[in-house]
Design a protein. Structure first.
Length: 572
């Protein structure tokens, strides 16, 4: 008898838990696409294999057999594929489909990963918060936020959701990784974004704006004509090898450069790039940009800057309470999008569009500006102006990071003699930047060369402060390590004195030296004075115990060595 799964209990009823039919244990998670179809990872359920699924957000949900569809089972291959569709033996009538969303969130964007690992809450469901930390490739890397558990067995195939209300599904979890050998332990996870899923599974119909919409470029293929030198330059820029944040180019529509550009856009897009990259093996490797290296392409013809801003905001999943204010939303956060604007010379208001491009560049975007028609390309100063805005936008974050490091160094300087503060140097950098910023804004459309030299000098000064901070941080690390070794020696002799008889007599005999050594080691640390005080205390304890004195090199060793690892600045 064909029985529907029903009785809605609230929550995301499209969430799926997948069990082994043999053991009943949880082996993965998934999301419901329609009343009969579940999306998960291929490594969760083998090709054509049967699993049992249930819907934890439905009351009295029974386990239903589901079969991996062979034509929609994409095997894992290095960092590609690993996607599967399962079909349910009976429909889930009372569950809405998962709200899949194409999006290209900026680095640092917070997301939530959900799944059903048995090791957490007995498989009743767990959520892990993370941030987007790398975007190249078919998969997106996520760094787990402090204290979050690493997604584990049972999470694969579960949704990765944005933090909006209501939330949407940006992709599915594919794997996790923990590196405890890194300088700081690092927990990473990876998601397969909706764009990649759509490339492999044409049956999936998500919401959201495609990275490269129809009409801008067709799906990349091996037989497309290419201008090799031009394709190589485009690919290098998309890879980030060309460090300029702005690439301005000119094409003639339907010419070979136009087709070469379309090929580059398609190859850089997750949804249009080939499912089998080896199909391009006959093409020069240098002409192939990385998958995922382009976030959005927009045909700017006849569009206003505000309309284009709306497309950018939609693509990177930046929303606000009111429509028509996308430019304002985009100014709120640092952006890491790589955006291609085609037909710049055919937009509704070129001056306003270039002003908007300046805003994007200052927020951190990389821009590929394409002008249509022979002789349409503007003067080089357009690229120079935008590159200048990008540099201006990078500096506040850079100086803020220096300020944070200087603040930690100040804390170390309070406890360690000889560590020099750097906060005044950072403050002077901020003052200089404020002056350049004010002069730039008052000028309107300044000639790039007027500000290039002052910016270069400021950047060089910032590099100098970075070097000074690094030197002082290294000195502080060494001093913390020396102090830690000295404290260990001090505490060892305290224990020796306490473990031997006549403790009161020893305390009287070494009281003065004990007090001086303790003040030197637990107050503001000055290495030479602390070394002398510790050596005097060691000698006093040994005399009181009737032991011979240590050779002076050993007795004062704490002042010159004992480095047992870098301190983190939190030593007290």
């Amino acid at each position: 008898m064909n029985q529907d799964i029903h009785e809605h209990a609230g929550g995301d009823t499209w969430r799926v838990r997948i069990h082994s039919p043999a053991s009943g244990r949880v082996i993965g998670s998934g999301v419901l696409l329609d009343d009969r179809t579940v999306l998960t990872c291929a490594h969760v359920v083998a090709r054509e294999a049967v699993a049992l699924v249930d819907f934890p957000e439905l009351v009295a949900g029974v386990r239903t057999p589901a079969t991996a569809l062979p034509e929609h089972w994409i095997a894992p291959h290095r960092e590609r594929g690993d996607i599967a569709l399962l079909t349910l033996d009976r429909p889930c009538a009372d569950s809405a489909p998962a709200p899949l969303l194409r999006a290209a969130p900026s680095l640092g964007t917070r997301v939530e990963m959900c799944g059903y690992p048995e090791s957490v809450n007995n498989g009743e469901g767990a959520a892990f918060q993370a941030r987007v930390s790398r975007k190249f490739g078919e998969r997106v890397q996520l760094t787990l936020e402090g204290g979050a558990h690493l997604p584990r067995h049972g999470c694969s195939g579960g949704p990765v959701m944005d933090m909006n209300t209501p939330s949407r599904v940006l992709g599915i979890t594919v794997t996790g990784f923990h590196d405890d050998q890194a300088p700081e332990p690092l927990s990473l996870a990876y998601m397969i974004p909706v764009d990649t899923i759509t490339k492999y599974l044409r049956k999936v119909s998500p919401g959201g704006r495609p990275g490269v919409p129809p009409g801008i470029a067709s799906r990349a293929s091996a037989d497309q004509p290419v201008e090799v030198s031009y394709a190589t330059r485009l690919a290098a820029w998309l890879r980030g090898e060309n460090r300029s944040p702005v690439y301005v180019t000119e094409i003639v529509r339907d010419g070979i450069r136009d087709r070469t550009l379309q090929r580059a856009l398609a190859l850089a897009d997750r949804e249009l790039s080939p499912t089998a990259p080896e199909s391009l093996s006959g093409q020069p490797t240098a002409t192939v940009p990385p998958v995922g290296s382009l976030d959005l392409a927009v045909n700017a013809a006849d569009l206003t800057a505000d309309e284009i801003a709306g497309q950018v905001a939609e693509r990177i999943n930046v929303t606000g309470p009111e429509s028509g204010r996308a430019r304002e939303w985009l100014r709120r956060d640092r952006l890491t999008a790589t955006i291609a604007l085609l037909g710049v010379n055919r937009c509704a208001d070129r001056a306003d569009l270039l002003a908007f491009c300046g805003e994007l560049a200052e927020q951190g975007c990389r821009l590929l500006l394409v002008f249509d028609g022979a002789g349409s390309r503007p003067r080089q100063d357009v690229a120079d102006r935008l590159a200048l805005r990008h540099r201006l936008g990078q500096l506040p974050g850079r100086l803020a990071a220096l300020g944070s490091r200087a603040g930690k160094l100040n804390e170390a300087a309070e406890r360690l003699a000889g560590v020099r503060r750097q906060d005044e140097a950072v403050a002077r950098l901020w003052e200089t930047l404020a002056g350049i910023r004010l002069a730039h804004d008052r000028t309107g459309e300044p000639a790039p060369e007027r500000f290039a030299a002052p910016l270069s000098r400021l950047e060089e000064r910032a590099r100098g402060v970075e070097r000074a901070l690094a030197a002082e941080e290294s000195a502080a690390d060494l001093l913390f390590a020396r102090r830690r070794a000295a404290r260990e020696q001090f505490e060892t002799y305290q224990l020796l004195a306490a473990q031997h008889g006549q403790t009161e007599d020893i305390a009287l005999a070494v009281g003065r030296e004990y007090g001086e050594a303790r003040r030197a080691l637990y107050g503001r640390y000055e290495p030479e004075a602390a070394g002398d005080a510790l050596a005097a205390y060691v000698d006093a304890v040994r005399r009181a115990l009737g032991w011979p004195p240590l050779p002076r090199a050993d007795a004062s060793r704490e002042g010159h060595g004992g480095n047992d690892g870098a301190a983190d600045g939190r030593d007290t």
